[in-house]
Design a protein around this ligand. Structure first.
Ligand SMILES: *Cc1c(COP(=O)(O)O)cnc(C)c1O
Length: 422
């Protein structure tokens, strides 16, 4: 057997089978080297929105390649980035006025944290506490791991992680404990920012909370002079039903992070949007107030062109109708498990549906996770449960028949598990 030198992400190579290669992507499918189509029911880690290789995005990339490769993004600007920045401000929640580019969700969040602390530093009222919600995930760099939930993922790096304040995830029907905890921390006067995934905590287990809680947290933050950072890296670009999840809470954050669906999932790109107030706190004849951040590939022109094409798709195609139709299919798919004792916590928001398999012991390392994954792989479905949490987050071009096949497989897997045969 020829071993690959590749070290894959989130992969225990001692336990995983040899990986098949994907030879082609098309719509909602990955096509492997044997020509077998695999339904990409998790949008290739949540990035593909409209479908793989949307023609308009591919065309924009081809055209951009005629003119650009990478261009330094200090001293010079370029048209794809300018168009994209203007377009993003148009569609983003009101009040966001400036766009800082980077290249991954983690970096977008790092940039947001630096903007927040830089803001308070530059106005001469230093604040440095960061408040997050329990079970949150913001990336895998040291800074974003610090903000995220602690556990098996980051135990080895614990000595390097900084402390943040954590709010309890709201219990069903009760948001008050979360609000009270936030207000108590805010009273210290030291909170720089609330960093939060709006409406859905993704990697933490597709945990969903009410839009009204987000609105109330934002209101508390404003009253205590702390900034709200919306990490829309996963929730953006229609995932929760609206373009950005913040819209459903009627809030405009001070800082918004976007990445995964920004280019429709075709190329890596990220943006951190902020208010004029935050930008202006860095505007000074004093060079020490400069925002000191960059990555080499900031605002890659080809990626920006892909994102501009994505904005056009949102303007010109009935994306919202597709999302609405997909949401209805999920409702129907979940309904069959409504009073099924094998499942708990059926939940859905927009294009995301999730349910917990009832197991003696849950959690990410729950043995059921890898077994379910292997079962789905055999069924030619790309579904990667988070422990005992099964979720579907397909591209918006997925068909009713595709989704039905996914729900059938979930049903079958749970049946096998209950019978001790998975
Ligand atoms: C995926 C994700 C990130 C990290 O994005 P990367 O591009 O993987 O670095 C950050 N925040 C949230 C909410 C995410 O889902």
């Amino acid at each position: 057997m020829i071993r690959s030198p590749i070290w894959h992400p989130f992969t225990q190579h001692a336990l995983e089978p040899m990986m098949k290669r994907i030879a082609k992507t098309e719509g909602a499918y990955l096509i492997d080297e044997d020509g077998t189509p695999i339904l990409d029911a998790i949008s290739s880690w949540w990035v593909i929105t409209h479908g793989h290789r949307h023609p308009a995005i591919m065309e924009a990339i081809r055209t951009a390649c005629e003119t650009y490769d990478q261009i330094i993004f200090a001293e010079y600007s370029h048209e794809p980035a300018e168009k994209l920045a203007t377009g993003l401000i148009e569609v983003a929640p009101a009040g966001l006025a400036h766009v800082f580019f980077s290249d991954s969700g983690s970096t977008a969040v790092e940039v947001a944290l630096k903007m927040a602390l830089g803001f308070f530093h530059n106005i001469g009222k230093p604040r440095s506490r960061v408040v997050v919600m329990e079970h949150s995930y913001h990336g895998d760099t040291i800074g974003t791991m610090s903000a995220g939930e602690r556990g098996v993922f980051n135990a080895a790096y614990e000595p390097l992680l900084f402390q943040v304040d954590r709010l309890p995830f709201p219990q069903a029907g009760s948001d008050q404990a979360t609000l009270d905890a936030f207000e108590a921390i805010c009273r210290s006067g030291k909170v720089a920012a609330l960093l939060i995934e709006p409406l859905v905590l993704g990697a933490g287990g597709m945990k969903m909370y009410r839009a009204s809680l987000l609105a109330e947290l934002k209101d508390l933050a404003r009253r205590y002079g702390c900034l709200t950072i919306a990490d829309e890296v996963m929730t953006g670009w229609g995932r929760t039903g609206s373009l950005f999840a913040c819209e459903q809470a009627g809030i405009a954050p001070d800082i918004l992070c976007t990445s995964k669906g920004l280019t429709g999932g075709a190329l890596p790109l990220a943006a951190t949007l902020c208010t004029a107030e935050i930008f202006e706190a860095h505007l000074s004849a004093d060079r020490r107030k400069t925002f000191f951040h960059s990555s080499s590939y900031t605002a890659n022109p080809i990626a920006c062109a892909a994102a501009v094409a994505n904005l056009n798709i949102w303007r010109e195609e009935p994306v919202r109708d597709r999302i609405g139709a997909l949401a209805k299919l999920h409702e129907k798919g979940l309904a069959r498990f409504a009073s099924d004792p094998r499942f708990a916590n059926l939940r859905q928001m927009g294009t995301i549906a999730a349910l917990d398999v009832v197991v003696p012991e849950g959690g990410y390392l729950s043995e059921i996770g890898p077994r379910l994954r292997a079962f789905f792989r055999e069924r030619k479905l790309l579904i990667r449960p988070l422990g005992n949490v099964i979720y579907l987050m397909p591209p918006y071009c997925v068909t009713a028949a595709d989704l039905e096949r996914a729900y059938d497989a979930i049903d079958e897997a749970a049946g096998l598990f209950a019978a001790g045969r998975l």
